[in-house]
Design a protein around this ligand. Structure first.
Ligand SMILES: CC(C)(COP(=O)(O)OP(=O)(O)OC[C@H]1O[C@@H](n2cnc3c(N)ncnc32)[C@H](O)[C@@H]1OP(=O)(O)O)[C@@H](O)C(=O)NCCC(=O)NCCS
Length: 153
């Protein structure tokens, strides 16, 4: 069990200069990674985008889009070598607090059913499945559904 008793991460807003380091992580942890352009566009759109650091080193990052009282989690990532040590949960808790402080009352996200780690993290952190989008994601050899999940903040 990896219960986080003491925060280990520090946070700062994502900057354009972070994107090369982010892409180095992104390409190693997703079968279909975001592109540099996706991160550039997220920053240009003013999305809530964060980098988290452990011991001064980038451990992960996240991007959220907020519309009035609803936050949509678009990307949450922990570097491969730091996974399964409680950092994803800690980052998610930070995003809950940040979204809530900006007036969000619920958080929504989409996840691939094949993403065992993502699905398990979200369920453990209180998300519930509220629907499916058929064939939403590109997948090797076809398309894959998205599970839509929601959590009250
Ligand atoms: C999903 C992700 C952010 C989780 O980060 P993490 O730091 O490894 O998560 P934690 O250590 O906080 O794990 C919390 C819980 O999630 C579940 N979990 C995490 N990784 C898991 C895995 N590989 N297999 C099964 N369950 C897993 C477990 O329940 C875990 O609790 P436990 O370790 O006490 O059993 C990370 O695996 C990641 O960056 N994956 C690639 C990017 C991604 O898929 N992001 C989500 C897109 S929707």
């Amino acid at each position: 069990m990896n219960a986080v008793l003491k925060p280990r991460l520090t946070y700062r807003p994502m900057r354009l200069e972070d994107i090369d380091a982010i892409m180095a992580i992104e390409k190693t942890i997703y079968p279909f990674p975001w592109t540099t352009g996706n991160f550039v566009d997220s920053l240009a759109s003013g999305y809530s985008a964060w980098v988290c650091l452990e011991g001064g080193v980038m451990a992960g990052y996240a991007v959220m889009m907020q519309a009035i009282d609803e936050a949509q989690l678009l990307n949450i990532s922990i570097a491969a070598e730091r996974q399964r040590a409680g950092l994803g949960s800690e980052l998610l808790e930070y995003l809950f607090a940040t979204a809530k402080a900006s007036g969000a009352v619920r958080m929504l996200l989409e996840v691939r059913p094949s993403n065992v780690a993502g699905c398990a993290l979200y369920r453990r952190c209180g998300f519930k499945e509220i629907g499916r989008r058929r064939g939403y994601y590109p997948a090797h050899g076809g398309r894959e559904d998205a599970i839509v999940m929601e959590r009250a903040l």
